[in-house]
Design a protein around this ligand. Structure first.
Ligand SMILES: Nc1nc2c(ncn2[C@@H]2O[C@H](COP(=O)(O)OP(=O)(O)O)[C@@H](O)[C@H]2O)c(=O)[nH]1
Ligand SMILES: [Mg+2]
Length: 258
């Protein structure tokens, strides 16, 4: 089974994209399971096949430990690691081509706690990849764009998984906004210009230089616009997963083994 972790800041569209991509895979005749790893969510836009809330539930942690929502989220994230073998046991009994993993709402609960590394190891690092979703509400202006891309490279650095960058909710962007943003990747001068025009503080230069250094190392790769609402970019996600798991060879339904 191949694992795809959906990661990004709160509200960037992880859960909605998991649902949309699962539908797309179903339509193409591919088998996929969904694992919800968010112990704090009330509602999900899909029916999870395996759900962390069976073992860890943020609301129950609040009550049991007498904690507020923030403290309970952290305890719940750590309890996730303690229950990981129970989850992998259940998942391993269900055979499927892909496991779509919806991670906790708050990025730092997944990316910056030790439990996430343990989770990746438990599911198998060599058969896992990460989709990093950038939220257009953050990255439509040049400062937010550099912030968002820096964050994505930090997550990549932290979790050490092959990562594919997605510009989430791209239906919310006008064609001009999208072109401008994609232009920042291909033309660093235009990013510099737009950054300095937005704000010419010394910190702006630091951000721009940081971006340039990461870009020259190739950390960003290609970023694709997707929309879960309009089912745009699903084939690109699939192609990225093929590239990651099989070196680009297109797998036919049923041909994928574990
Ligand atoms: N316009 C638009 N809205 C979206 C899209 N994907 C998600 N949303 C909305 O963004 C909000 C947060 O989505 P959710 O999937 O819960 O984000 P998560 O916290 O990352 O799991 C919800 O109100 C979604 O309806 C999209 O592709 N287009
Ligand atoms: Mg979610």
């Amino acid at each position: 089974m191949k694992n795809i972790f959906f990661v990004g800041t709160a509200g960037c569209g992880k859960s909605t994209l998991v649902a949309a991509y699962k539908n797309w895979l179903d339509e193409q005749g591919f088998d996929a399971l969904i694992l919800n790893l968010d112990p704090g969510t009330d509602t999900l836009p899909y029916e999870p096949d395996v759900d962390i809330r069976e073992w860890v539930n943020t609301a129950e942690v609040m009550e049991e430990y007498g904690l507020g929502p923030n403290g309970a989220q952290i305890v719940a994230a750590d309890l996730m690691a303690m229950n990981i073998s129970k989850m992998t046991d259940v998942v391993n009994k269900m055979r499927s081509d892909y496991l779509l993993i919806d991670t906790p709402g708050q990025l730092e609960l997944f990316a910056f706690r030790e439990s996430s590394k343990m989770t990746v190891e438990a599911f198998g690092r060599e058969s896992s990849m990460l989709l990093y979703l950038s939220d257009p509400s953050l990255c439509r202006d040049p400062n937010g764009f550099v912030t968002s891309m820096t964050l994505s490279s930090l997550v990549q650095f932290r979790l050490q998984l092959p990562t594919f960058g997605l510009l989430s909710k791209s239906d919310m962007l006008s064609d001009e906004e999208r072109d401008r943003m994609l232009g920042w990747f291909t033309d660093l001068d235009s990013l510099y210009f737009d950054l300095m025009e937005q704000d010419s503080n010394p910190q702006t230069v630091v951000g721009a230089e940081l971006f340039k250094a990461m870009d020259s190392m190739g950390v960003f790769g290609e970023v694709r616009g997707v929309s879960a609402k309009e089912s745009i970019g699903m084939a690109e996600i699939y192609a990225a997963s093929q590239l990651c798991f099989y070196g680009g060879e297109d797998a036919e339904p049923g041909e994928i083994d574990d």
